[in-house]
Design a protein around this ligand. Structure first.
Ligand code: IMP
Length: 177
């Protein structure tokens, strides 16, 4: 039984499930067009990207591989600034077209670290697809090739994103008051 307390805590909707669905279909079509005839590997960043990646993969009409990198940077709501690989790729990416799939890019620390790490493995190409992007004025380096939605600088949950492991299964992106 779901307790009344749990029901009351339901986050407010920021991006509704239908909007996410429509945008994921658009991103999938764009990626399908851009990578036609190439060997695409989607690299999902655990854990937050697992929902987005599952939907995105099905919106891409190309033969592709899926792999994951696990990384830990966040504790609760504050970035610790410490990046650590907890899960590594299962297969080489040399000479392959790699698309790093992120749930959200905030400071860009995670993305920058992963891009640097993946580049050393000599992929044919390396781009980023992120569902959400926060303003992150200080961000340097590679621009995000495929971006779902720009959002304001606030803490969001749902559609894979968590607050201390909660809310990942919400079908929408929301915020906790
Ligand atoms: P960055 O390294 O600062 O860009 O942070 C990226 C990672 O921090 C994401 O992959 C998320 O795991 C986490 N993160 C950043 N902002 C949020 C948020 O608003 N909600 C949940 N997780 C977030």
């Amino acid at each position: 039984m779901v307790s009344p307390t749990a029901a009351e805590e339901k986050p407010e909707v920021l991006i509704a499930a239908a909007r996410i669905r429509a945008r994921v279909v658009e991103l999938g079509a764009e990626i399908t067009r851009d990578y036609s005839g190439r060997r695409l590997v989607l690299v999902g960043v655990l854990k937050g990207s697992f929902v987005f990646l599952a939907d995105l993969a099905r919106a891409i009409d190309l033969p592709l591989e899926v792999d994951f990198m696990g990384i830990s940077t966040y504790e609760g709501r504050r970035s610790t600034g410490v990046v650590r690989i907890t899960v590594d790729l299962t297969r080489p990416i040399e000479d392959k077209d790699v698309l790093l799939v992120e749930d959200i890019v905030d400071s860009g620390l995670t993305m920058g670290y992963l891009l640097e790490n993946l580049a050393t493995r000599r992929p044919r190409s390396l781009e980023v697809c992120a569902l959400l992007e926060k303003p992150g004025a200080a961000r340097r380096g590679k621009p995000i090739a495929y971006r779902g939605f720009p959002i304001e600088d606030r803490f969001v949950v749902g559609y894979g994103l968590d607050q201390d492991e909660r809310f990942r299964n919400l079908p929408y992106v929301g915020f906790v008051r």
